[in-house]
Unconditional design. Sequence first.
Length: 292
Amino acid sequence: MASDEDRVPKFVHIDEQYGNKGNDPILFGFEQELKSVTVRYGDSARFEAKIRLISTSSNIQIDRSLLNIEWRLNDIRITSDNDSRYRFDSIQEENLYWMDIRQCEQQDEGVYTIYISYDHDKYHDESSAYLFVDSFITEKEEQPDQISQRGLTAGDSWSSATSLDRFIPPTITQPLLSTYRYRSGDRVQLQVEYFSPTVQCHCTWQVQHIGDAAPQLIQDGSIVNTNYSSTLTIDSITPELQGVYLFQVENVYGQAMTQTYISVDQEDIDDEQQEYQEAFEEAPIEKKHLED
């Protein structure tokens, strides 16, 4: 299936049909193609396309009875008789056609195609898109660009990663170091990079302070998630905030985790440690990091 960027509207000139080469063409194709959709399990999905069928001359009239619309799932024709959850509709005056899928299930995932033809399939075109169904999404989702433009105070959020090759657990490509040492009042910024081929993945930051019985969601900091990365920022670290910080990313096929221990000194750390910390903050560390 071609990506949205690769697809362009295709216009087929059918003047040869009427014996008027180079004159009175009819433009046939899509003004608006299908777009891939992601829905939660049990929600409805809609695929919508706008057709172009135009005669540029009064000598040729459009006969809509010759226009045929066919919907397919994985190249198999869909009819309303196949499943009552499918519903087809249109606004013919606007050349707008759509299909609704009610109560989406995992088995509904696949490539959906609208196949259009004119005059008994002599002239035809098609547009395809993918339906993703995520059964574990329970929170309000945000688009990746919205997430990346603002900090999040909650401890977890959703980020998006699109691919048709979905059946792989996430992998952390840049884990946390095993230990970070700061002075009281320092600004802390922890960044994790990962890869997840599934369309939706769940990212969580937690902390277990000294004396805590179990990890809890981050309260003293902001989180920014973009595609394949998550950054935790604490503007001013204090001794009370030291402890084990954990990051976890999860999709329907598995999870990956990395963690670190943050130590906070009230007194100035020695010059050697300070130089190490400044070098770490100014440039990426090139040595291999092992995930805890």
